[in-house]
Write a protein that binds this ligand. Structure first.
Ligand code: SAT
Ligand code: MN
Length: 610
């Protein structure tokens, strides 16, 4: 393949920076289909970031923030219709419908390809097509997990540079024939000659589609977050979960946290909560229990494989944080604030202050006047939010002051505990330990949470979200749960992580939170570590092992002891009321529901009735 066969190629010196035949053929095919004015290979350099961010400023997509307050940082305001993942437009296009399962939208791959080929035809006219090589997880891995995103969005290119190991280094790993995930993205807004662009091009028709068998992603119409930064949910969860199923590992929606005891003993913990339920806050926790320290390895995704010693090792495939801004502040998460303030941060849909800084709900020092995320004047009297509830900061992980030194180690870190959790006002206690791996899998399988703003849908309604993976499964949920059970069966259970279920969000009669959360969650983490070490007690309840208040280190905690008791209570009537809801969910999973999960459900009912 020569440069001349790629229409519009306009790389740095008009030569292609790779000899990877399959990649070049694909680039050519996409360029012929989408008809961009230019094709550029992204190299991931500082100069490229500079050039593209200046271009975005000129186009009105980016606003450069006050250099003293937020160095080298930008604010983007999206089209008001393009603000979150669109689950109703997200598809798993496996050959057989049953392989996508009851929780995913499905369409036959051929049919989807023909619909999308029509949408893609000429869709990059008037724009530049970027070829963005990237690697999920450390570049030094024995088998680096490579991908290439083709996109017509500069916003995506600069965001991919923050969120992934992007550019020439990833391309070099691909050599001439390494397999890679093909990820095609277009905002779907071609420009006629002379037509002026809008600050946030997108299309009312949106498709976020995955072909798990061929490990491909095709996305059209949206420029935001998980819809467009295809290394994140699309690759690292939907496609990777299918890879993990085939290859015997786990691709999970989990943070990775390092805890260090006063005796300097290290414990790594992975935790799955749905989007916008505090994963980032827990990943950056400042323990309030004296002598305990914590470091951060990841806030959203964990890939876990067995090491030679039989333990489960986790790596974070990402390179940056794409965190929810509202609620983040100097008291809830000072580490995130410091990471952001170090600069190089892209904000989307937060509010702009009059002196060129950003603001969002719950951030300290609320100004008297702002420009809100829609570009309208805003004052504290306004009856709408200044920042969109799913507004985000996109910031390099390397700037995180609590980053664990082993964060880029291809070996990963051995996990001692897995936490599941969600947002529940009632029923679910502060913490609860599974009896064993299969019971823990059942806990994860029946996880529930109140809907947040991270996806379209009614905020607050309870939905089942197994392992916080419902929106991110690349295959049938029944097969997925069986895969979890099999992982346990094939392992030495004594070396497997212990499984816990937490709920920081339980409320009392007057709706107040029963547990203060944030740094005080370290008291729960301490109990978890002591359970791993076998040095602390728990009550055996019908739902699992639950501490009493006296099992927790509550020294210096300023809360009503009755609240702690209430936060820990396992109320049989509440759980009996939960049974039909779990039943309904298991029915929904259908034929592929593993017997192991059914058995655990029967055992739970028996324990509640005895
Ligand atoms: O928009 S993203 O999918 O990247 C973030 C999230 O929902 O967790
Ligand atoms: Mn997430």
């Amino acid at each position: 393949m020569t440069a001349a066969t790629i229409p519009g190629l306009n790389g740095t010196d008009d030569t292609v920076p790779t000899k990877h035949a399959e990649l070049l053929a694909w680039v050519q095919e996409v360029a012929e289909l989408t008809q961009p004015d230019r094709v550029v290979f992204a190299d991931g350099s500082d100069a490229e970031f500079e050039r593209l961010s200046n271009q975005l400023v000129e186009a009105g997509t980016f606003m450069r923030l006050n250099e003293e307050k937020k160095p080298h940082s930008f604010l983007a305001q999206s089209d008001p219709s393009d603000v979150a993942r669109v689950e109703s437009r997200t598809f798993i296009c496996s050959e057989r419908e049953e392989d996508a399962g009851p929780t995913n939208n499905w369409m036959a791959p051929d049919k989807m390809r023909s619909i999308m080929n029509e949408l893609y035809r000429g869709c990059m006219r008037g724009r530049t097509m970027y070829v963005v090589p990237f690697c999920m997880g450390p570049l030094g891995a024995e088998q680096p997990k490579l991908g290439v995103e083709i996109t017509d969005s500069e916003y995506v290119v600069v965001s991919m540079r923050v969120m992934t190991r992007m550019g020439q280094a990833a391309l070099d790993k691909m050599s001439t024939d390494m397999p890679f995930v093909k990820a095609l993205h277009s905002v779907g807004a071609p420009l006629e000659p002379g037509q002026k662009d809008v600050p946030w091009p997108c299309n009312d028709t949106k498709y976020i589609t995955h072909f798990p068998e061929t490990r491909e992603i095709w996305s059209f119409g949206s420029g935001y977050g998980g819809n467009a930064l295809l290394g994140k949910k699309c690759y690292s969860l939907r496609i990777a979960s299918a890879m993990a199923h085939d290859e015997g590992w786990l691709a999970e929606h989990m943070l990775i946290l390092k805890l260090i005891s006063p005796e300097d003993k290290v414990y790594y913990i992975a935790a799955a909560f749905p989007s916008a339920c505090g994963k980032t806050n827990l990943a950056m926790i400042h323990p309030t229990v004296p002598g305990w320290r914590a470091e951060t390895l990841g806030d959203d995704i964990a890939w876990m494989r067995f090491g030679e010693d039989g333990r489960l090792y986790a790596v974070n495939p990402e390179f940056g944080f794409f965190g929810v801004a509202p609620g983040t502040n100097w008291s809830s998460n000072p580490t995130a604030m410091k990471t952001i303030e170090a600069g190089n941060t892209v904000f989307t849909n937060v509010a702009l202050t009059d002196d060129g800084d950003v603001w969002w709900e719950d951030l300290e020092n609320q100004p008297d006047h702002l420009t809100d995320w829609l570009g309208q004047p805003w004052t504290p009297d306004s009856d709408r939010k200044a920042a969109h509830p799913n507004s985000r900061y996109c910031t390099p992980m390397s700037q995180c002051p609590t980053l664990a030194p082993e964060w880029d180690d291809p070996q990963g870190v051995p996990i001692s505990a897995i936490l599941f959790g969600g947002r529940r006002k009632s029923t679910v206690p502060l913490v609860n330990q599974a009896f064993n791996w299969q019971h823990g899998t059942f806990m994860g399988a029946t996880m529930s949470s109140e809907q947040t703003a991270a996806a379209e849908g009614k905020v607050g309604s309870v939905r089942r979200d197994p392992m916080a993976m419902i929106p991110f499964l690349g295959y049938n949920v029944g097969d997925y749960l069986q895969h979890w059970i099999d992982v346990g069966k094939n392992a030495d259970e004594s070396k497997l992580p212990k499984i816990f279920y937490v709920n920081w969000f339980r409320r009392g009669d007057d709706k107040r939170f029963l547990w203060p959360g944030f740094g005080e969650n370290s008291r729960v983490l301490k109990w978890i570590v002591e359970r791993i070490e076998g040095t602390v007690d728990a009550q055996s309840t019908p739902i699992g092992y639950v501490p009493t208040a006296s099992d927790l280190d509550l020294e210096g905690l300023d809360v009503d002891p009755n609240d702690v008791d209430e936060a820990l209570a396992v109320n049989k009537e509440d759980w009996q009321a939960e049974i039909p809801l779990i039943e309904e969910w298991l029915q929904f999973v259908g034929d592929k529901l593993p017997t192991g999960i059914r058995d655990e459900f029967e055992a739970l009912k028996n324990r509640l009735n005895s």
